[in-house]
Design a protein around this ligand. Structure first.
Ligand code: SF4
Length: 236
């Protein structure tokens, strides 16, 4: 598969209807509302075509669990390419139900789940839902220094407030501010960023090669991005 196909998926942004987006989110939110989480556990996803087989991920509900997605909801990768599957919708809704219903358990289970994992992508879908959630991510990273954690976020205020108070993240927690056309990105700590590039735009940065597993294996791409550096994605 060419890297171009891996990046763009089956649909392009212009083709995706608002009604479809609303319906897919509603299905997950409704499913989450009906769950009794007492007998349920978080679920990792083991490698989609972008992350690859070396990089499992944990995801929440797209849009419903994103606190700053007014600009990007119509172009949401997860809505287009993941939330089209019933099993994926249920997995994201179940993780979301546990995160909202019992956050300490969510992170206890994540801590257990990564004991034999070298790389974890936090949120192919969803975002940092609260300051306590970010603290949970930091705690799990500190307890699991064998594992590299990668998280793209548009929850800039939660991250900036954490860094104002604590100064830095653990070295194995890679937080990347996710830019979008027209979106203000307050970045006083000069965190690395990522940005889609639309046709005709000229933006400075390092082009995403398309496989997170390959980047992880060779310590490149987002896994080794430094302050002030930016990864670029092809957008259509
Ligand atoms: S640059 Fe980042 S997003 Fe692109 S393949 Fe590498 S790790 Fe994944």
């Amino acid at each position: 598969m060419s890297s171009k196909k891996a990046l763009t998926g089956k649909h392009n942004y212009a083709e995706f209807k608002e009604e479809t987006i609303v319906n897919r989110v509603k299905k997950m939110v409704d499913y989450r509302a009906g769950l009794d989480i007492s007998g349920l556990h978080i679920k990792l996803s083991y490698g989609n075509r972008k992350t690859g087989s070396l990089v499992p991920s944990i995801s929440l509900i797209p849009i419903a669990d994103c606190n700053n997605c007014a600009h990007c909801a119509k172009g949401c990768y997860a809505i287009r390419n993941i939330a089209c599957y019933d099993a994926s919708r249920k997995m994201m809704a179940q993780n979301s139900a546990i995160a909202h219903g019992d956050l300490p358990r969510y992170f206890r289970e994540l801590d257990a789940a990564v004991k034999f994992v070298r790389f974890l992508r936090i949120h192919v879908s969803g975002d940092i839902i609260s300051p306590a959630y970010l603290t949970g991510m930091v705690d799990v990273a500190m307890k699991n220094t064998h594992c590299q954690f990668l998280c793209f976020t548009k929850c800039f205020d939660i991250v900036n407030n954490y860094l104002d108070d604590h100064g830095s993240f653990p070295e194995n927690l890679h937080i990347i501010f996710s830019e979008w056309r027209g979106l203000d990105v307050p970045n006083p700590h000069n965190l690395p960023t990522s940005r889609p590039v639309w046709e005709g735009e000229k933006v400075e940065g390092i082009m995403c090669p398309g496989s997170c597993s390959e980047c992880a294996a060779f310590d490149k791409g987002c896994w080794s991005l430094k302050k002030g550096e930016r990864i670029l994605f092809e957008a259509h």
